[in-house]
Write a protein that binds this ligand. Structure first.
Ligand code: FAD
Length: 391
């Protein structure tokens, strides 16, 4: 079989590239259905982009690499496409756009765009080997126990990262990169919940509270924290996980919108006989206060608290440090941090500098977005850059 362009991986990036790469495109995937991660994304509603997009929303060894593709295919370009397909959407919070109805609408939209472009999709197809003879890529495909040899001028690798192996993530792109002499940066799970071996949060699992949280390095995130059976999750913790290193503390302001010192002094004045735990319960979940009261020595009535003791407690609450044992790992990580070193790729086209006609797009590349639609926007933008160059 001969095609002009073969795309491996029918996820977000691969499908969008297939729709934009001009004529004679074959896209293959080993899964039974395309776009499975889109289907489960954003709680089933797909947070497909973010209105407030900046280069600083991405982590990469080269923070400039993603700028060109992101500038040439913007959130508004994708919104235009979504709206053009009659898909209703809304902004939930912090510029995050979700489908009103179902993430499946985005998959159907991508399939229809691929159909319009004449791209062919082959599912339940794996790749046995790839060779390059200086002008063509020869790819041995395996489907239903039968081998097919496919010759292509352009080969696009869109097989994502290592997150959620149960959904077909393989790290395949990294092997292809190594075969063609591209370097990799270290990879690790990101946008992933933290675990604590002492299960200290199990008793209050389900409790959520707004916090501002940060790792030793990286920005602070003002979002919700969720206590779970195994540790800490919620958007704030997922964001911090992308910057956290094994062995470090996480620093959490538990009451970022309350002037804690003022609030507690006022409580002492208004209700001196009330317990300090009750006073804290005005701006923190009561069960979280229960969990913290021994660690922070919260005892007695408000009247018993001196100014200095209130100040100390307020400081402790605004910089509460915890040391996770680890994370839930690739089993639940939304993305893989790191990947194919951008040094080996053109930021204009995503083409490998030392292998003409070979492209890497989406999550396989060392460009990792924050939580909030940034990862899909990278998938669309990198796919568009490669697609335009191929077309
Ligand atoms: P993928 O979407 O992972 O697609 C890769 C494709 O390649 C898959 O279809 C896979 O089957 C196929 N494949 C892999 N290996 C092989 C192989 N060896 N042979 C053949 N095919 C192969 N991001 C957001 O921006 N917003 C969200 O709301 C959001 N929610 C998420 C929720 C969850 C639970 C998860 C796990 C992720 C979420 N993400 C979200 C991240 C987002 O899904 C990814 O960043 C995005 O899917 C990456 O697109 P991709 O095309 O590069 O890779």
């Amino acid at each position: 079989m001969r095609v002009r362009t073969l795309i491996i991986g029918a996820g977000a990036a691969g499908m969008f590239c297939a729709a934009n790469a001009g004529p004679d495109v074959l896209i293959v995937d080993h899964a039974k259905k395309p776009g499975e991660k889109i289907r489960i994304s954003g709680g089933g509603r797909c947070n497909f982009t973010n209105l407030d997009l900046k280069a600083s929303n991405y982590i990469s060894r080269n923070p400039h690499f993603a700028k060109s593709a992101l500038a040439r295919y913007t959130p508004w370009d994708f919104i235009g496409l979504v709206s053009g397909h009659g898909i209703a959407w809304h902004e939930k919070t912090l510029g995050q756009l979700f489908c009103d109805d179902s993430a499946k609408d985005i998959i159907a939209m991508l399939q229809s765009e691929m159909d319009n472009a004449g791209a062919k999709l082959m599912l339940e197809t794996s790749v046995e080997a790839i060779e390059y003879d200086g002008s063509h890529y020869t790819v041995i495909l395996l489907r239903g126990g039968r081998q097919t040899v496919c010759k292509a001028e352009k080969l696009v690798i869109a097989t994502g990262g290592k997150s959620i192996p149960k959904m077909g993530a393989t790290g395949f792109a990294y092997k292809v990169a190594e075969q063609f002499g591209l370097s990799l940066t270290d990879t690790r799970p990101a946008l992933v919940p933290f675990t604590f071996s002492d299960n200290r949060f199990a008793a209050i699992s389900g409790i959520a509270t707004p916090v501002t949280a940060r790792a030793d390095q990286g920005p602070a995130f003002a979002e919700a924290m969720l206590c779970t059976h195994r540790g800490l999750s919620g958007p704030a913790m997922l964001q911090v996980s992308s910057y956290w290193q094994e062995g470090e503390d996480i620093h959490i302001d538990l009451a970022p919108t309350t002037k804690v010192t003022d609030a507690l002094k006022q409580a002492r004045k208004d209700s001196p006989r009330k317990s300090m735990t009750t006073a804290l319960g005005k701006f923190l979940p009561a069960r979280l206060v229960d969990l913290l009261k021994d660690e922070l020595s919260v005892t007695g009535n408000c009247a018993e608290w001196s100014d200095a003791r209130i100040d100390t407690l307020a400081r402790a609450l605004s910089n509460w440090s915890v040391k996770p044992t680890g994370t839930e790992g690739y089993r639940t990580a939304e993305v893989t941090l790191g990947g194919i070193d951008t040094d080996g790729l053109s930021s204009q086209t995503m083409e490998a500098k030392n292998a003409p006609g070979l492209y890497f797009i989406g999550e396989s590349v060392d460009v990792t977005g924050w939580l909030g639609g940034y990862n899909f926007q990278w998938a669309w933008a990198s796919a568009h850059a490669a697609g335009q160059s191929i077309a």
